[in-house]
Ligand binder design. Structure first.
Ligand code: SF4
Ligand code: SF4
Length: 194
C-alpha cells in the first residue's frame, strides 16, 4: 500500500501511537530524580568559576578577553622592599574581582587565557538566586568555590618536564651535570600492556 493510503486508513494513527507507547514502556527510564538524587556529573563539568586569589597578578587578560565584559577587576600598587635591591619593587594588590554570572555565557575563555592558573572550573551548578543581583560573585565568594575544584589530572610520566622543573633540576645538579630532560625519559615509548 502507498504511503498516502496508509495515512487514510481508519485507526492507523491510533495503532501507530499505541505501538510507540508500548515500545517506550518496555525501555529502561532515564529520568533522574534530581534534586533528591544528585546527578553524576563528569568532574570537569562547567558549573561555576572559582578564583585562586593568591595566583592572580591583576594582569587583566581575563577581563579583556571576556566576550561579555562581565569580569570587573580593581587593584592598587604596593611597594615591596627587596633586601639588597637598589630600588623598591612594585606589585599589584587585588582589591576587587567580580564575575557577573547573570551575563556570563560559560565559554571558559577567561580560564583558558589566565597565565597564572588563578581561575578554575568547578562542577558546582546549584547557585540559583531569587534576585539576579546576587549572581554577581565577589572575590570572596569566587574564592569559596576553590574548595570544590577537583584536583588537576596527574602528570604524563612520558611528557616533557616544564621549563621551571628543568631549570630547578639543572641548578640542583650543579654545573656540567646531565639534565633530567636528557636522562629521566626513556628513549622509546614502552609498549602498552595487553
Ligand atoms: S566564562 Fe566566558 S563569559 Fe564567563 S566570565 Fe569567563 S570569559 Fe566571560
Ligand atoms: S588573567 Fe588570571 S592573573 Fe590575570 S587578572 Fe585574570 S585571573 Fe588574574
Amino acid at each position: 500500500m502507498s504511503e498516502q493510503g496508509d495515512r487514510h486508513m481508519p485507526g492507523q494513527g491510533l495503532i501507530n501511537g499505541l505501538a510507540v507507547t508500548l515500545k517506550t514502556m518496555t525501555k529502561r527510564s532515564s529520568t533522574q530524580q534530581y534534586p533528591d538524587v544528585e546527578p553524576d556529573l563528569p568532574p570537569r563539568s562547567r558549573g561555576v568559576i572559582a578564583l585562586l586569589e593568591e595566583n592572580c597578578t591583576v594582569c587583566m587578560l581575563c577581563a579583556r578577553e571576556c566576550p561579555d565584559w562581565c569580569i570587573y577587576i580593581d587593584s592598587h600598587k604596593e611597594e615591596v622592599v627587596v633586601p639588597g635591591a637598589a630600588r623598591a619593587r612594585q606589585r599589584n594588590v587585588l582589591d576587587k574581582f567580580d564575575i557577573d554570572f547573570s551575563l556570563c555565557m560559560y565559554c571558559g575563555i577567561c580560564i583558558e587565557v589566565c597565565p597564572f592558573d588563578a581561575l578554575h572550573w568547578t562542577p558546582e551548578f546549584e547557585y540559583a538566586e531569587t534576585d539576579v543581583l546576587n549572581l554577581l560573585h565577589d572575590k570572596d565568594r569566587l574564592g569559596d568555590w576553590m574548595r570544590t575544584v577537583p584536583p588537576p589530572p596527574a602528570h604524563d610520566v612520558l611528557g616533557e618536564p616544564s621549563k621551571e622543573e628543568a631549570t630547578a633540576a639543572r641548578k640542583a645538579a650543579g654545573p656540567g651535570a646531565a639534565t633530567p630532560a636528557k636522562t629521566a625519559r626513556p628513549a622509546v615509548r614502552p609498549e602498552p600492556e595487553k
